[in-house]
Design a protein around this ligand. Structure first.
Ligand SMILES: [Mg+2]
Length: 277
């Protein structure tokens, strides 16, 4: 099945009520997802999502479970022998009223990764790119748009991913781990916007300060990505690695395969005379 046909089928599935309701532009979608649906069935308004992407000046991607298949902090915790403890804490944090920054601190206080562990972890556990992301990033850039990575993860784990995708490190927002001179863990930089609740939205506001008229789209799997719009103009949910029901329910646009967003037939191929990064 070719891509445009695939999109039409997906949109038809939404229209026919498979996802519970069809959203008008600008409205909030309240639907109850059918847990028996396959990931493919969970797509929402795919053709419109592709159009939104084509019309974006800046596309910001979440990293963990979006650009890459894994959750970096969980993988790092497992590598440092603290996987179970951290997973338990994450579960508890999600139930209660722990702020993002406190949850991050609690988990890092358990892992306490040294600089050497980080180096060895990156070498032995390179991140796995999600299917189609490399082509999608190139597609967005060829359309004259800029690509950013906005992550609640750590810059030392994300930079190799940015380099692999050809994204300048100046276009990366992520948390920064701090180390003592002997390489022991010393904490994290609490000045980074992504270290706080609502931080991805703050990162987008920073981008908007530099590019005030830009049409900005956030793409991600998580609630923090969804909540970054606004200030992002649009949000496209991604469920290719994990489908989070809250996000799939609330997102106006949802795809489970990045290749669904590449529809060159609809592409306007903007020529903005801007930095093609
Ligand atoms: Mg994520």
């Amino acid at each position: 099945m070719n891509r445009s046909l695939l999109s039409l089928v997906a949109v038809a599935a939404v229209d026919s009520g498979a996802c519970g309701a069809r959203a008008a532009s600008g409205t909030t979608v309240i639907v109850t997802p059918d847990t028996s649906m396959t990931n493919q069935d969970k797509n929402k308004r795919v053709a419109q999502a592709a159009e939104i992407l084509n019309n974006s000046d800046i596309v910001c991607f979440d990293v963990d479970s979006t650009v890459i298949r894994e959750e970096g902090i969980d993988e790092l915790a497992r590598y440092c022998g603290k996987g179970t403890e951290v997973a338990r804490l994450t579960k508890e944090a999600m139930k209660g009223s722990v702020t993002f920054q406190d949850a991050l601190k609690l988990r890092l206080d358990i892992i306490r990764p040294t600089q050497r562990q980080i180096r060895e972890f990156i070498k032995s556990h390179p991140s796995t790119l999600s299917p189609g992301i490399k082509d999608l990033v190139n597609y967005v850039r060829n359309n004259g748009s800029s690509v950013y990575l906005i992550s609640g993860g750590f810059d030392c784990l994300i930079e190799p991913v940015a380099i692999e995708l050809g994204i300048p490190l100046t276009n990366v927002f992520a948390n920064k781990l701090l180390f003592y001179f002997n390489g022991e863990y010393a904490g994290f930089d609490t000045n980074q916007p992504t270290s706080r609740s609502g931080g991805k939205g703050d990162a987008i506001l920073q981008i908007r300060q530099i590019h005030p008229e830009s049409n900005i789209t956030m793409v991600g799997d998580g609630a923090t990505d969804l909540e970054a719009s606004p200030p992002a103009n649009n949000f496209i949910g991604y469920g290719g690695n994990v489908v989070r029901n809250e996000v799939q329910t609330r997102a106006q646009y949802y795809v489970t395969d990045f290749r669904q967003l590449m529809q060159p037939d609809n592409c306007t191929f903007k020529n903005l005379n801007q930095n093609n990064s």
